[in-house]
Write a protein that binds this ligand. Structure first.
Ligand code: HEC
Length: 178
């Protein structure tokens, strides 16, 4: 009997290795040894032959929400209706809005939003005053849309300002109309 137990123990003892760096004998090694591929190496298993594959079509990068509205009036109206400011207006968001306005908008729109910024005297068409009845009628979402997509001579700023900063700016621009 003892000899039978000893014989049965042999595989267990065999499967232990002396060195902790080396795997012992594995009886069924189905998924034990997974190959580690280098991120930029070739790979015969992926459709495009690269280990790090391209993102799936339609993937959205973090912080880069698509803005599916063109500059057209119809799209501007749609944006005004469909978009909503997700940020609560506070002294801090307005102060950030002011800082951004001074950096990105003041050169054309002027320090009081009258559309008389320093650049307008240099043959650049003057923007309308934020107090004009047209801009007064815009809600925050429409201002966010103009900042993101641009309008006529006004360049789009979607690629240079984060979503959050664009909403803070929209909040701040509304303050000129008070
Ligand atoms: C390079 C100059 C320039 C800069 C910078 C600029 N704007 Fe404008 N903006 C304009 C001009 C010009 C117009 C008028 C466009 C037209 O009627 O063709 C305009 C129009 C607007 C309008 C009214 C759009 C409409 O539909 O009537 C808003 C709102 C506005 N800008 C906000 C901003 C904000 C906020 C910023 C800063 C992120 C900014 N603009 C930066 C030149 C500029």
């Amino acid at each position: 009997m003892k000899i039978v137990i000893l014989i049965l123990l042999i595989p267990f003892i065999q499967s232990c290795s002396k060195s902790s760096d080396v795997r012992g004998y594995t009886i069924i090694d189905d998924m034990v040894h997974s190959p580690a591929y280098e991120a930029f190496s070739e790979n015969s298993l992926t459709p495009d032959g690269k280990t790090m594959m391209m993102p799936v079509k339609g993937s959205i990068a973090r912080g880069k929400m698509p803005h599916p509205y063109s500059e057209s009036e119809a799209d501007a109206l749609r944006a005004a209706e469909e978009l909503q400011d997700p940020f609560v207006e506070t002294a801090a968001t307005l102060s950030r809005g002011e800082y951004l306005y001074n950096s990105f908008c003041l050169s054309c729109h002027g320090d009081t939003g009258e559309g008389d910024g320093p650049i307008t005297s240099k043959k650049f068409p003057a923007p309308p005053s934020f107090k004009s009845s047209r801009v007064r009628s815009f809600n925050k979402a429409r201002i966010y849309h103009v900042i993101t997509a641009g309008f006529g001579d006004m360049p789009a700023h979607g690629s240079q300002l984060t979503i959050q900063d664009r909403w803070y700016l929209a909040q701040y621009v509304k303050k000129f109309q008070k």
